[in-house]
Design a protein around this ligand. Structure first.
Ligand code: HSE
Length: 300
């Protein structure tokens, strides 16, 4: 069987809306093989949200898209899907299905595409590259959709950064979270975000963590989405008190992300767990290292 491992991803990082994302060491797994006819999908590691096991399954649909694009006929397919990335929580679970589906289909079809072509396809299918890029290349990736193609640069994340994901018991759909955003922004807001996105990249490259609290401020999406995430601003304030270098809304939410240095990680975990336990909603805190490799494919 073909085995694909895809990391969870966290998009936006504050001001980098639809552009910047990172990958963390939490994975979905997909196994794919050809079968004589039809479609069989087995779902392991079931979550509260059911995964379709018919032709509406996102991995299958993506594989079908790939074969159609290449002018090939999709054979009978057997898919095993093992999901560890929480669904509809802003950690790139849909991007993981799309990336997994594309790489599985490419492998099954005899690798007609290279990684770059698959990254272009994934960005097109997602509509923005901030989850699909880090899912493919690992670490931190800055991307932009050009007129003809998506351009991207992968940055090496510093080794001592830990990503603390705080996953609540409620989902927020990307569709809903995008519908609350305005159609236009003031020049002031545009300058606010453009300067911070640039500062974020420069500070990450030079390890200037002291800039991160400012560099990760945002006026494009977080202020509008905070109404969908009860406790968001209070949790951010508490993360700062506990020594986090920065915190932000992961993707479209509902997960909140805090970045901490390895040195402060234990203290942060203790303090934040205590704080989260007394909130109205249940929040699951997990500290993760970044994934530096991105999607992995092997034949078993
Ligand atoms: N950049 C996207 C958003 C990520 O924030 O809406 C979620 O898919």
């Amino acid at each position: 069987m073909i085995h694909i491992q895809i990391p969870a991803t966290s998009a936006n990082m504050g001001p980098g809306f639809d552009s910047i994302g990172i990958a963390v060491q939490l994975y979905n797994h997909i196994w794919v093989e050809e079968q004589t006819t039809g479609l069989t999908i087995e779902v392991k590691q079931k979550q509260a949200i059911p995964v379709p096991t018919d032709e509406t399954n996102l991995i299958y649909q993506t594989m079908k898209y790939f074969y159609d694009q290449k002018g090939l006929k999709l054979p009978g397919i057997h898919i095993i899907q093992e999901d560890h990335i929480p669904m509809v929580r802003g950690l790139g679970s849909s991007a993981a299905c799309i990336v997994g589906g594309l790489f599985a289909a490419n492998e099954l079809a005899g690798r007609p595409c290279d990684k770059e072509e698959l990254a272009q396809m994934a960005a097109k299918l997602e509509g923005h590259p901030d989850n699909s890029n880090p899912a493919i290349f690992g670490s931190m990736v800055v991307g932009a959709l050009g007129e003809k193609e998506m351009k991207h640069v992968r940055l090496e994340l510093p080794e001592d950064l830990i990503f603390a994901i705080m996953v609540p018991d409620f989902p927020v759909s990307t569709e809903k979270a995008r519908s609350v955003l305005p159609d236009a922004y003031s020049r002031g807001d545009m300058v606010f975000n453009a300067s911070r996105a640039a500062l974020l990249v420069a500070s990450m490259l030079t390890g200037k963590y002291e800039n991160f609290h400012v560099a990760m401020e945002d006026r494009v999406h977080q202020p509008y989405r905070s109404a969908l995430i009860p406790g968001m601003n209070e949790i951010f304030a508490h993360a700062k008190e506990l020594g986090a270098v920065a915190s932000y809304l992961s993707g479209a939410g509902s997960t909140l992300m805090a970045m901490v240095t390895e040195e402060k990680a234990e203290e942060f975990e203790r303090g934040m767990s205590e704080y989260l336990h007394q909130l109205e909603h249940h929040w699951e805190l997990t500290l993760l290292k970044p994934d530096m490799e991105g999607v992995k494919i092997e034949r078993e």
